[in-house]
Design a protein around this ligand. Structure first.
Ligand code: UT7
Length: 307
């Protein structure tokens, strides 16, 4: 869906959306598709890229805030379709836009304790289903998508060096979908089931928090900014990405940006950006990557990865 198409729905303009967000277009799932359907596509692509037998994958984690059902988890719902081990660990992780980093952090810990050998980590969302298409302050920002990585226990490569996960629920109402099932369906009125955001306030906290997060990740690893080959940020807004890079003195040439094409796909945005930069040859084996995200909760997290 292009910005021009959105001009037909709400009082907005292609120029405003480009200038304020960097977004030019976003993908919207077909009405027949669910988050699980997108996750299956991404998961199968990751299994094919890693060239492993899916039956040897013993963990599936889906980072999502738009699950197919209240239960079972989306991970369980797609487990069979992926052909992964029938007794694998399968679960969803809900951390909004930090969902992929959180899922990566959980899978990494399962692998390090020896509980699992191969983990499929998927970020998948259909945010188009939880948008108020009459609210121009949110509906122009988000898109649907899914991306996945396959992790494997090994001592031969560094892989995921460490992850840093945080949350602070104090400002939950700055970015939320106010309704959830435990409130009861009688409270599902007006637009309670759609994204509500005080964008300007979220923006400021995001830039401040991401700067701190990157410093923390570098410090804990005894690294300096110039050691990082690529920053792969959550794709919410080009101005947040650029402001964070500027604050940390990291040139934009070393930051992967896909927001123009995908919009904000929440938990899917980092694996989608990773996939784009690996497939077009920017990210090479052996390079040091810093993945970082900030989202509703607030939640935030980073992963230092030797690809
Ligand atoms: O992914 C998880 C975290 N989420 C984020 O990080 C999102 C963070 N926030 C943002 O990216 C930005 O705050 C937005 C893109 C949401 C908004 O940009 P902004 O520069 O903060 O704009 P604003 O909210 O301060 O609004 C500026 C003006 C307002 O008009 P007035 O009051 O100045 O007359 C809005 O009504 O822009 C207006 N506006 C729009 N105009 C045209 C808001 N949305 C639109 C729109 N088209 N779609």
């Amino acid at each position: 869906m292009t910005n021009t198409e959105l001009e037909q729905l709400v009082d907005t303009s292609d120029a405003w959306i480009r200038e304020r967000t960097g977004i030019e277009e976003r993908r919207i799932a077909d009405p027949s598709q669910t988050t699980g359907d997108l996750a299956v596509e991404a998961g199968l692509a990751a299994i094919a890229a890693a060239d492993v037998d899916p039956a040897t994958v013993d963990m599936v984690i889906v980072g999502t805030s738009t699950p197919d059902a209240v239960f079972p988890s989306t991970a369980c719902l797609i487990q069979r379709r992926l052909g992964v081990a029938p007794d694998a660990v399968a679960m969803d992780v809900a951390a909004a836009c930090s969902g992929f980093i959180y899922a990566l952090g959980v899978a990494d810990r399962f692998i390090r304790t020896g509980s699992v050998k191969r983990a499929l980590v998927i970020g998948a969302e259909t945010f188009s289903r939880i948008l108020n298409w009459q609210d121009r302050s949110t509906c122009v920002l988000f898109g649907d998508g899914a991306g996945a990585v396959l992790l494997e226990a090994t001592t031969e490569h560094e892989g995921i060096i460490n992850t840093h996960l945080h949350s602070d629920g104090a400002n939950a109402e700055l970015l939320h979908v106010p309704w959830g099932v435990s409130q009861g369906y009688d409270r599902l009125v007006d637009n309670a089931g759609t994204v509500s955001m005080r964008g300007n306030e979220v923006f400021k906290v995001a830039v401040r928090t991401l700067g701190r997060l990157i410093d923390e990740t570098l410090e804990k690893n005894g690294l300096s900014r110039s050691d990082i080959d690529w920053v792969v940020p959550h794709q919410a807004n080009i101005r947040i990405i650029a402001a964070t890079a500027k604050k940390l003195d990291i040139p934009m040439e070393r930051v992967v940006v896909t927001v123009q094409k995908h919009g904000n796909t929440s938990a899917a945005s980092i694996p989608l950006a990773l996939d784009a930069a690996i497939r077009d040859g920017r990210i090479q084996r052996g390079q040091l990557l810093l993945l970082e995200a900030f989202g509703a909760g607030f939640t935030w997290g980073s992963a230092l990865v030797r690809y």
